[in-house]
Design a protein around this ligand. Sequence first.
Ligand SMILES: Cc1cc2nc3c(=O)[nH]c(=O)nc-3n(C[C@H](O)[C@H](O)[C@H](O)COP(=O)(O)OP(=O)(O)OC[C@H]3O[C@@H](n4cnc5c(N)ncnc54)[C@H](O)[C@@H]3O)c2cc1C
Length: 367
Amino acid sequence: MHLADFKQRAPTTLILEQRSRYENDRTWCFWGDDKTPFAALAAHQWRIVSVAKADQVVRVECADAVYQMLSSEQFYSAAARALSNAPRIQLQMDSPLLSEPQSKGGRWHFQTSKGKFSAAMVVDTRPAAPVANDAALMWQSFYGQEIDCSQPIFEPDCAELMSFSSASPGRVAFTYVLPISSTRALVEFTVFAVKPQSAKALSADLAAAIEQRVKGAVFAVLRSEQGVLPMGLTPALKDSGAHDKGSTYVRVGLFAGAARPATGYAFQRIQRWAGDCAARIAGGGSPLAHTKDPWLLARMDTLFLQVIQRQPQLAPDMFMDIFSRVESQRVIRFLSDQGRLSDYAAIVWALPVRPFLRQLFRLPSWL
Ligand SMILES: Cc1cc2nc3c(=O)[nH]c(=O)nc-3n(C[C@H](O)[C@H](O)[C@H](O)COP(=O)(O)OP(=O)(O)OC[C@H]3O[C@@H](n4cnc5c(N)ncnc54)[C@H](O)[C@@H]3O)c2cc1C
């Protein structure tokens, strides 16, 4: 889509896609205003978000940077419209890459189920596979269902970001609720843990989270979605296929560092990368990989993940502290990669000191 914006300046481009069609398989959320990319397509937005634990609830106003929801259905349709006006760009469905691209004579050569192709440059968004559990510090696994309930039970103005479940060993677990109306919502059960979890493993927790909200009322399941996102990629990923292939070949996307380590938010980061990468290619340059996060942000995210990996039971209080003690604009800027130094300081100030010092100095957690 970003290359299509460059019209005649876009190079001849072939998109090889293994899917046979694009379905409404995911929901992307992000904070922003009406200038944020794709805000115009957002299906719903919330001016209030909440974080809750046991009987405590923190509600945060975010009228300046509302929480927005974009359905993948809308996004894929917009992409199809953009490509239909871009004769130099061809999307070829049902075309999985069957082997690793090979470099020969200054071009990359591929084998797909639809035949052989070659290209001067490659932007590879395939997930690196197989991925070992230690490829990430933690994994965010979630399973959600969009439900339509016979009675009004949801608050359409408020998105439940995290409603923590009671502590269970080795994982941080919470429910994420995106109400689209008083009867309809996407309810997701999410776990941060050192191993990825399948939708099947999360299904009993999801059923319980839905039941807790509908309280016996009749509901229909409209659709479901699931995901496993790496949180804090480790060097182990380098051994699972993401090799450096030089300046004409880049690996990007979730398994090449697209996601914010501490949250898994990736959509707007990918849009920023895609805009920059397309501009570079249209200007005659080679494709861009993801840029590294600023040192301080990367260090804070890693430390945060190391603390909750070691002591997941601390996570609910830490998130509650961040949302209750820090001004909402600061938290949202921090979560949306727009943080200023004073925002970082406010977040650090809100968090308990001891677990972070223990982690920094590698002290045992009982000290
Ligand atoms: C259900 C779900 C909800 C999410 N919600 C949010 C959110 O709210 N906010 C947020 O910021 N992020 C969210 N994310 C994370 C992230 O934004 C998305 O996962 C995003 O789609 C990642 O982009 P990507 O390019 O890495 O992968 P994808 O969008 O999955 O694109 C990779 C493409 O490569 C194709 N492919 C794979 N293998 C091959 C092959 N061998 N040959 C050819 N094609 C191949 C796939 O079919 C796919 O179309 C969510 C993720 C999921 C799964």
